[in-house]
Design a protein around this ligand. Sequence first.
Ligand code: MN
Length: 359
Amino acid sequence: MIIKPPSEPSSTREAMSSSHGRCRRIATEEAFAVPTWLDAMSGLSVDGSEANEVRFLRFVQSIGEWRQGLIDFDHRLKIMDDCGVDMHLLSLTTPGVQSFAPDQATAIARAVNDELAGIVARYPGRFAGLATVAPQQPLAAAAELERAITTLGLNGLLINSYTNDEYLDLPKFDPILAAASSLGAPLYLHPRTPGPSMVKPYAAHGLIGALWGFAADAGLHAMRLIMGGAFDRHPELQVVLGHMGEAIPFWFWRIDNMYNKYNSLGAGPAIGIKPLKRLPSEYFKTNISITTSGVNSHEHLRFAMNLLGADRIMFAIDFPYESSEESVRFLDTAPITPEERHSIYHLNAERLFKIKPAL
Ligand code: MN
């Protein structure tokens, strides 16, 4: 990894900041990679159960701009300064350690978290970090999360959807949700390509990736948490979804309507609906926050704000896969109040991820 001290703010950065009263900009879904992890990923088979992820990663590595963005922190800081982005909340790029054998995954998660804490310490004020854990070993994952939050000072955790075709609503993963809840560590539920039992119909026409398959799978995962009662078991658990909520807010009315209808018809048990304490959308509005990653559209921001309010939406770029310049321009020019812009650019992230406010 190439690391040197942060550069001085450029004049561009000052100009862009001062036009909005020096509104701090924290981007909350920003991918990185380290050689330890890259080496391990390159050792995975392209024919095994993780074939889709291995192929996806090789594609990412083949795009020089993305590869450099993931591993070169000088390059990253220059782009941040040029675009007036003050802080990246870093997370290990998809699929994290979730493609590895259990022992290897747990060991690499630990090493990556140590490296991440080092990066955060090396550039004061420029980075915060989400821990990587290995859901393959739920108890070890919970212990590593506690170490990452209490010892390393990281700000939450990120899990890339399913692990070995299994989703976090299953009882075996409950120690991870319990630890996140009791530590006050937000769980960023990030996409990956649809899993082995889901992928077949998504494998055609480019639907497997960020164009559609990522949201189909990540949205399904969040719905499994809600409908599986995860937030009744852990009322304090806070989850974050990227990409304007992985399309779930669009479906709020229909989800609640059908939940009520199936239950009033007595059909709930027949189709596997468990009784919940509240309506499905109500959990979303109290236990889930969303980010703007990869959705630089004023219409969609307005729609999300109407349903969730400005306090549950955070700025994100999805660096290096999306343009920092375009993402900043999108939120700078959004037709919202200065107070709403402050909330989305930094206040919500500071509160949820316990990021120290700027001086
Ligand atoms: Mn992402």
